[in-house]
Design a protein around this ligand. Structure first.
Ligand code: PLP
Length: 226
């Protein structure tokens, strides 16, 4: 099943990119493996998945040693400051930076191991109270502060869209995130890099690609229900 699912998702990515006049190769498929066993992850990696997403530090630590093929690990869920030390040497990209205290800790731990940690800033575009993320009103001020950290490289933005089937709402959230990234890249062109837009999950990744996503995070669509 995993192989067929990956093929289907890749085909959908290709079509969505083409509808938007984009190159499908500019969209990275991140396989979200939370709650799924190492065997399933390994199967996906053997089928060509190069990047995997997990939302819990504990799960990365449990699985890390058992995975062969050297995939890139993405932390996509909320990260507690006191857990940064466990994953700083393991993750390629942290998608969920949303407080300065967290950034400070990432910077400190990265410096300790001689790494420049790539991160995305999580933006709460929809303003839902249940969601993590920096509010659009505060994002410029946040950028000013995080630009000071030498061992952090901000590479773009991430958002989680509301749980809805309303295409209009989803499209608006994704296009708003893109606008915010354009504003940031104008203002902070030499300190902060707006190369990535991490947006889109199983139910909405095609819309996200049409609106400019460079990374989509697909779990259920590859690995089935959790
Ligand atoms: C679980 C999760 C995903 C994947 O969700 P699916 O709907 O299963 O594709 C993507 N992003 C984040 C932040 C997640 O926690």
């Amino acid at each position: 099943m995993i192989r067929e699912n990956i093929e289907t998702v890749r085909e959908n990515i290709r079509k969505a990119a083409e509808r938007a006049g984009r190159n499908p190769e500019d969209v990275l498929l991140i396989g979200v493996t939370k709650t799924k066993p190492v065997e399933m992850m390994q199967e996906a990696i053997d089928e060509g998945i190069t990047d995997i997403g997990e939302n819990r530090v504990q799960e990365i630590m449990e699985k890390y040693e058992h995975i062969k093929g050297d995939p890139k690990w993405h932390l996509i869920g909320h990260l507690q400051t006191n857990k940064v030390k466990y994953i700083i040497d393991k993750v390629d990209l942290i998608h969920s930076v949303e407080s300065i205290s967290l950034a400070e800790e990432i910077n400190k731990r990265a410096e300790k191991i001689g790494k420049v940690q790539k991160v995305l800033l999580e933006v709460n575009v929809s303003g839902e109270e249940s969601k993590f993320g920096i509010s659009p009103e505060n994002i410029m001020e946040f950028c000013e502060k995080i630009a000071e950290f030498k061992n952090i490289r901000v590479s773009g933005l991430m958002t989680v869209a509301p749980f809805t089937e309303d295409e209009g709402i989803l499209r608006k959230v994704f296009s708003d995130l893109r606008k915010i990234s354009l504003d940031i890249s104008t203002k902070f062109y030499d300190t902060i890099y707006m190369e990535e837009l991490s947006m889109g999950m199983t139910n909405d990744y095609e819309i996200a690609i049409e609106e400019g996503a460079t990374m989509v995070r697909v779990g259920t669509g590859i690995f089935g229900n959790r």
